[in-house]
Design a protein around this ligand. Structure first.
Ligand code: IMP
Ligand code: MG
Length: 172
């Protein structure tokens, strides 16, 4: 039986999201940003984040698959939904649930750069920095965790657990 060990409760997540939204709103004041959410894992975080940002925002989503139904990254990355809005000369903020090895983001940054944006930064709810394999700088990390597999608040294991309002370590 899989065991769920609490990592962040609802109040803790709420505070992290409000704080990062404040930092983003301050840093980009007097300008506009486009938030690009990485489906599916970032959809809950993205929904909460945009409602706490106080400057004008546009949003879009990309979908990337790399994990399949495994808890270990396959390293094989595939874009399954691309950008639909104009990114040229825009300030882009990529919104991710978790940055782990960084390979997904490296791929995504290259893809987004191809649209000639003005700037590209990264916001991630969870920064699993220990397993980083590439030089990716997370500009807005909300919370740092060590290795281990987490679920909840949009984050899945084999498509399950996304509906949990808090974040848990999945121990199998
Ligand atoms: P990376 O390419 O290794 O950085 O993997 C990033 C992606 O893998 C994230 O967007 C997540 O969707 C997924 N991922 C990484 N760690 C976890 C985890 O602990 N639980 C669920 N998904 C994860
Ligand atoms: Mg993801």
């Amino acid at each position: 039986m899989a065991e769920l060990i609490p990592v962040l409760n609802e109040d803790e997540i709420k505070k992290l999201v409000a704080d990062v939204a404040q930092n983003i709103s301050d840093d980009y004041k007097d300008s506009e940003i486009v938030l690009i959410g990485v489906l599916k894992g970032a959809f809950v975080f993205m929904a909460d984040l945009i409602r706490k940002i106080t400057i004008p925002v546009k949003i879009d989503f990309v979908a990337i698959s790399s994990y399949g139904s495994n808890t270990v990254s396959s390293g094989k990355i595939k874009l399954t939904r691309g950008i639909e809005i104009d990114l040229k000369n825009k300030n882009i903020l990529i919104v991710e649930d978790i940055v782990d090895t960084g390979l997904t983001l490296k791929y995504l940054i290259d893809y987004i750069e191809s649209f000639e944006p003005k700037s590209v930064r990264i916001c991630a709810l969870l920064d699993k920095y220990e397993r980083r394999e590439t030089k990716i700088n997370v500009d807005y990390p909300c919370h740092r965790i060590e290795k281990g597999f987490v679920v909840g608040y949009g984050i899945d294991y084999a498509e399950d657990y996304r509906n949990l309002p808090a974040i848990y370590h999945l121990k199998q």
